[in-house]
Design a protein. Sequence first.
Length: 240
Amino acid sequence: MMLHGLAGHAGEWDALARRLSSRYRVVAVDQRGHGSSERHPRDVSRAAYVADVIAVVDQLTLRRPVLVGQSLGGHTAMLTTAAHPGLVRALVLVEAGPGGPDAQAPANVGGWLDSWPTPFPSPEAAAAFFGGGPVGAGWAAGLEEREDGWWPRFERDVMVRSLADNAQRSFLPEWRQVACPTLVVLAQSSFIPAPEADEMLRQRPATTAMSIPGTGHDLHLEQPEILHTALSDFLEGLAQ
């Protein structure tokens, strides 16, 4: 089960899902406030995101799924695994960690979203704004066409509110509660500060961790082949 990051969409996992689907059932979810899900959810707490994961697992009768999440989606996967240890077979965090208190995070994300020149005249223009290449194409694929151009499939204020819990504290206690096999995949130019990554491994030394050279925060879009190899090796190891 795959969970995208803040302001993202389930389609970000398409390339990886195609590679995995010959051997595994792959479920990717538009999380609340994103994509085709409820656009104006009243509750965007961390607990609400976790409850959605549980609801999907129950509705689709997924038996002990492996949770894979990037960025905020990885944070949701981590919290789900910590709160429901018997539900999850394994956890994969892609550019995600426990985080720490950062009162400026919501405002910073709001400012970033405000910088988007919406509406975009075309998906190509949007892809160029987001940096081009597979990363730009991945972000552009999350837009929707309206009469006056191409717009995000989310509300700016919903995204900002979704970070309220993360801005207040570290979730390191929840990370310590994770008991299942875990793979952490970070970018060379990671959003996760080195001290946070070091502390994650110090707290849970059995964690499998790797860094992918030449990548940034959207490494799942930049290097799906490398991520597929890492994830496949990890999944095969679970069966041994």
